[in-house]
Design a protein around this ligand. Structure first.
Ligand SMILES: *[C@@H]1O[C@H](CO)[C@@H](O)[C@H](O)[C@H]1NC(C)=O
Length: 355
């Protein structure tokens, strides 16, 4: 925040006194099924977003479907952490109050959600699901790379379209407000879009006599979204704490010993809570009941995950059904009387205590 210490404190106290409401956002689009009703039923869309929504309902369907994908990726990346990117059912803000704080976790979620939009739209373009775009029309004719000449062929992922639409749609909300948090979100949104583009790779196929590769056809293809997730995770771990600069137009590093953030880095203002206990005000659900790993020394270790509260071992037995085979001879008559067999399996789970 760009103000004198005394004023900062006053503002902070004011914020504490009147906890701001959790605002809804386009993230909720994943929960609203039909694109026909989507534009009016997502309460958090700003007017520009609503406009785009009405004009491009089929793009909205891709964005809505994409929400499940990037939240799953977020949950995969955070699976061993106290905050595990859990979403709340029927919550218009999807993650609840947790992301009101300008934390590292907020930085990651904004980045991966905006990356998810780029990915979903670009893929939908290539699959011919959208009227407004198709494969990259610029990738036509012949070209040259370090291996010589080649022809553009097949379908090149039209990532420029995905990036452009994502920027217009996702950033629209942050362009309304010019506060510090909006600038932080814009920065991390852009980092997310760039992350997808980073993994756009040229793929080629050889032609010619017995695969001699005298002729090559190439196209540009996005990598699996996991690559973007892994990359953004590294950026999360190396996220840079910043403060607003004097004129409120950009960031400077909070700690002069650290490097300045580039456009690829994630930035945040506030340190994270420890997420140990359930705390309605900060939106933390706590780690009671979470699974921990007794042999790990990382974030999923029982010490760290349970925040020193201790843990209990629970035996959970599960029935698993497995396919034994249609021919009982092959497996021996004893073990394979029916093609489907059931076995009860007991697994020990270690769960964090409540207190
Ligand atoms: C627990 O942690 C150890 C050491 O990091 C790892 O080898 C093991 O696979 C983990 N177990 C589970 C169930 O995740």
């Amino acid at each position: 925040m760009n103000c004198l210490p005394g004023i900062c404190l006053a503002v902070a106290l004011l914020l504490c006194g009147a906890t701001p409401p959790v605002t809804s956002s386009w993230w909720y689009m994943g929960a609203v099924g039909s694109p026909r009703v989507m534009c009016d039923n997502v309460p958090g869309l700003v007017s520009r977003q609503r406009q785009l929504c009405q004009r491009h309902p089929e793009v909205m369907r891709s964005i809505g479907q994409g929400v499940a994908e990037w939240t799953a990726e977020c949950q995969h990346q955070f699976r061993q952490h106290r905050w595990n990117c859990n979403t709340l059912d029927r919550d218009h803000s999807l993650f609840g109050r947790v992301l009101l704080r300008s934390s590292r976790e907020s930085a990651f979620v904004y980045a991966i959600s905006s990356a998810g939009v780029v990915f979903a739209i670009t893929r939908a373009c290539s699959q011919g699901e959208l009227k407004s775009c198709s494969c990259d029309p610029k990738k036509k004719g012949s070209a040259k790379d370090n291996k010589g000449h080649f022809d553009w062929g097949g379908c090149s992922d039209n990532i420029d379209y995905g990036v452009k639409f994502a920027r217009a749609f996702v950033d629209a909300k942050e362009r309304k407000g010019k506060d510090a948090r909006a600038l932080m979100n814009l920065h991390n949104n852009r980092a997310g879009r760039k992350a997808v583009k980073k993994f756009l790779k040229q793929e080629c196929k050889c032609h010619g006599v017995s695969g001699s590769c005298t002729l090559r056809t190439c196209w540009l293809a996005m990598a699996d979204f996991r690559k973007t997730g892994d990359y953004l995770w590294k950026k999360y771990e190396g996220a840079i704490q910043v403060v607003m600069n004097q004129d409120g137009t950009g960031f400077t590093v909070a700690n002069k010993r650290f490097k300045r953030p580039t456009k690829n880095d994630l930035v945040y203002f506030e340190s994270s809570p420890d997420y140990c206990i359930r705390d309605r005000d900060i939106g933390s659900v706590g780690t009671a009941g979470r699974v921990c790993n007794q042999t790990s020394r990382g974030m999923d270790s029982c010490e760290v995950m349970c925040c020193g509260r201790g843990y209990d071992t629970t035996r959970i037995s599960r029935m698993t059904k497995w396919f034994c085979g249609s021919s009982s001879v092959a497996f021996g008559a004893d073990s394979c009387q029916r093609p489907w067999q059931q076995t009860r399996e007991a697994t020990g789970l270690i769960l964090c205590r409540h207190s």
